[in-house]
Design a protein around this ligand. Structure first.
Ligand code: NAD
Ligand code: IPM
Ligand code: MN
Length: 359
């Protein structure tokens, strides 16, 4: 089973190194048939020889790999982010991974920053549209650098794209016994694009009579998520809003060091999917043993589930939660350990658990 690893830039390298060790642990302890293929792609490679995301690699991922683990992309030496866009969007768009699934789940009461709330109150999932919207890069600049300059980015929303993402959210709710799906938009301001989202949402909702369908404007959603996240189970939204809302959601989990994501075409594990922590390359932390590896471990957990090892996702989550609860964690979540030491703790814990099962 071919799994491509793209550490990328900054702390992406630090955390993917640990993610790789987690996959290797499963190979060694449970004999899972992982064939790990690490790719030298990212800012270093781009600056060395101009390579961003070669077609041969994209084709091999598409045709042969079952999953991709991506660290992060973004480097101050490449201010235009050419490589980051080619690789990240090359995977999301190129593989048509239309659902960016981002759980907002707190592993410990200690990490929930809302007064009076704990982990039981922070457990929802955002389905972010991942192949269109403002991200498609359509548009242009005119009279650049003059007082009359114009800059346009088109927001592309197709019936197919909107509908399949909304349906994925409802299917998830149905499969996981969730009672509500919210759709967050700005249909009050974006009367063309988000009228389509609004109409499509309630049309699709009719196919799921047992699930409550609720509309919320995205600005109000940001308010409600902080005031009382318990009112949300599943949120479906467009690409840009999903990006923003999930960083806010990460704050409810203890920060970006705790937030995982999966980029899927469908939930069935039949096609190659891409998994990445929600965070970026955090240049100030890079290479200093400061990055929290838990977001990546939880991301690998999502990958395991996708590959058919569902019980391992909960097992990995449990080991990460124990590291948080025993303060064996990095500074961003209140501990004093480095990336490697946290990973060592979690991997040793998991190894013990896996061995105790076969004893
Ligand atoms: P960032 O996610 O890198 O960092 C935001 C904040 O979160 C910083 O304070 C950082 O220190 C902290 N943080 C993030 N991950 C952490 C971790 N694992 N452990 C501890 N603290 C962590 O976002 P940014 O600073 O806005 O962006 C930096 C670069 O990353 C930019 O080039 C951006 O475009 C890129 N980026 C890439 C991805 C991706 O590849 N998927 C995602 C987001 C941002
Ligand atoms: C993310 C990131 C990316 C996005 C950037 C790096 C383009 O913020 O994965 O959340 O906006 O999708
Ligand atoms: Mn983001």
């Amino acid at each position: 089973m071919l799994i491509a690893l793209i550490p990328g830039d900054g702390i992406g390298k630090d955390v993917t190194r640990e993610g790789r060790r987690l996959l290797e642990l499963y190979k060694a302890e449970k004999g899972l048939p992982f064939d790990l293929w690490e790719l030298d792609l990212g800012a270093d490679r781009f600056l060395k020889d101009g390579t961003t995301f070669p077609k041969e690699i994209a084709d091999r991922i598409k045709n042969e790999a079952r999953a991709v683990l991506l660290g992060a992309l973004g480097d101050p030496r490449v201010p235009g982010l050419e490589h980051a866009r080619d690789i990240l969007f090359g995977l999301r768009f190129g593989l048509d991974l239309y659902a960016n699934v981002r759980p907002i789940k707190a592993l410990s009461d200690r990490l929930v920053p809302i007064k009076g709330k704990g982990k039981k109150d922070v457990d929802l999932v955002v389905f972010r549209e991942n192949t269109e919207g403002i991200y498609v890069g359509m548009g242009g600049q005119f009279k650049r650098g003059t007082p009359d300059e114009i800059a346009i980015n088109e927001d592309v929303n197709t019936r197919k794209g909107v509908e399949r993402l909304i349906r994925a959210g409802f299917e998830y709710a149905k499969a996981h016994g969730k009672k509500r799906v919210h759709m967050a938009d700005k249909s009050n301001a974006m009367k063309h694009a988000h009228e389509l989202w609004y109409r499509c949402f309630f049309e699709v909702a009719k196919e799921y009579p047992g699930i409550e369908a609720k509309h919320v404007y995205v600005d109000a959603l940001c308010l409600y998520l902080i005031q009382d996240p318990t009112q949300f189970d599943v949120i479906v939204t467009c690409n840009l809003f999903g990006d923003i809302v999930t960083d806010l959601g990460a704050a409810l989990q203890g920060g970006l060091g705790m937030a995982a994501s999966a980029n899927l075409f469908a939930a069935d594990g039949e096609r190659v999917a891409m998994f990445e922590p929600v965070h970026g390359s955090a240049p100030p932390l890079a290479g200093k043993d400061l990055a929290n590896p838990i977001a990546t471990f939880l991301t690998v957990g999502m990958m395991m589930s996708y590959l058919g090892y569902e019980e391992e996702e909960a097992r990995i989550e449990g080991a990460c939660a124990r590291a948080i609860d025993t303060m064996k964690c990095t500074r961003d979540v209140g501990g004093e350990l480095g990336t490697r030491a946290v990973a060592d703790t979690i991997l040793a814990d998991l190894k013990d658990e896996l061995r105790s099962l076969t004893r």
